[in-house]
Design a protein around this ligand. Structure first.
Ligand SMILES: Nc1ncnc2c1ncn2[C@@H]1O[C@H](COP(=O)(O)OP(=O)(O)OP(=O)(O)O)[C@@H](O)[C@H]1O
Length: 306
């Protein structure tokens, strides 16, 4: 059995400079580096690094970045046979300029991620009978997300949706197709239409999401912890106390840890604890996929804390 992640695969091209350029200006910068990302790819790497058999389904372009992104996924242990190389577009790219104050300018080109469609859902459907869960996010066209969730319903595969980035036009038909939804505070606010800040409002938001048809709502509250609700149980898991240096990909690490625990047959409560542990560990290192914990580090962290 395995897990399927259906979503975005991106590369961030980062240039640092003393200040950001103004329109029409050419500026001498300082450093350049590339970071593999995309919420889909991050979640696939989070799972594979925890030792869970994981298929990535998505698209890259036929440019040099596509090959590099796929190789990175493969070397993290992700199964890459169902990543389609689209000859017609570039890979998903974010071009990021950062100044000394840490301010940035970002242009995101969805590229191949924006071309994910029904053909990809069909490739994914072949994997569903062998999958215990399908992980979705919102960085590919929403029609493809809905179609994938419908396909998973036919095989009774658990659907875990990270409704990120926050969307104002989230389709109502998606809620009843989702087993577990995992918004952060901003995404939860966008979905329910009132500010979500802290445990009490997270509980209220989770109640609204359950009413709309999801079976389980998990609201990620950053360094404050996590609130989880189903029709049967409601509980709060505090965040692990760690020295956080960079929260990028903490949410993706959380979804990886949560899904890994469920794959291994643990309870929902234990799965939320695993998610919180993976999220906390991801904040202790800089970067996206590079900050995601491997199984050895993850097990040692849990042993130390319990
Ligand atoms: N500073 C922190 N200390 C300890 N744990 C943390 C910290 N930040 C995040 N976590 C853990 O990781 C989980 C997910 O983090 P967060 O709520 O920031 O998700 P997110 O906003 O989706 O993340 P992302 O930055 O990837 O978008 C939290 O619920 C918490 O358990």
């Amino acid at each position: 059995m395995s897990i399927i992640v259906f979503g975005s695969i991106n590369i961030d091209l980062v240039a640092t400079a003393p200040r950001l350029p103004v329109a029409g200006e050419t500026l001498l910068g300082e450093k350049f580096f590339k970071v593999s990302g995309g919420k889909g790819a991050n979640q696939a790497v989070a799972l594979a690094k925890l030792g869970i058999p994981t298929h990535m389904v998505g698209r890259v372009g036929a440019d040099g970045f596509g090959g590099e992104l796929v190789n990175n996924l493969q070397s993290s242990g992700v199964q890459i046979d169902n990543i389609f190389v689209d000859e017609t577009v570039s890979s998903g790219v974010a071009i990021i300029a950062v100044n000394h104050a840490g301010e940035n300018q970002i242009i995101v080109i969805p590229g191949a991620n924006g071309c994910v469609n029904q053909e990809d859902v069909e490739r994914l459907s072949h994997l569903l009978p062998e999958a215990t869960a399908l992980l979705l996010q919102l960085e590919i066209p929403i029609n493809a997300v809905v179609a994938a969730a419908k396909a998973a319903r036919k095989t009774n595969t658990r659907v875990i949706l990270d409704p990120a980035p926050a969307q104002s036009d989230f389709p109502d038909e998606l809620y009843p197709l989702v087993d577990i939804i995992t918004p952060n505070e901003v995404e939860a606010s966008q979905l329910v239409g009132f500010p979500v800040d802290g445990e009490e409002l997270a509980a209220k938001a989770a109640g609204v999401l359950l009413q709309r048809g999801v079976k389980c709502a998990i609201v990620k509250l950053g360094a404050k912890g996590v609130f989880c609700a189903t029709a049967e149980e409601k509980f709060f898991v505090p965040a692990f106390s760690v020295h956080a240096v960079d929260t990028v990909a903490a949410g993706d690490a959380f979804n990886g840890g949560l899904t890994a625990a469920l794959f291994e047959g643990l309870s929902l409560h234990q799965a939320v604890v695993w998610g919180a542990a993976a999220g906390a560990l991801a904040t202790t290192k800089a970067g996206a996929q590079t900050s995601l914990p491997d199984r050895f580090t993850f097990d040692a962290f849990l042993r130390e804390r319990f």
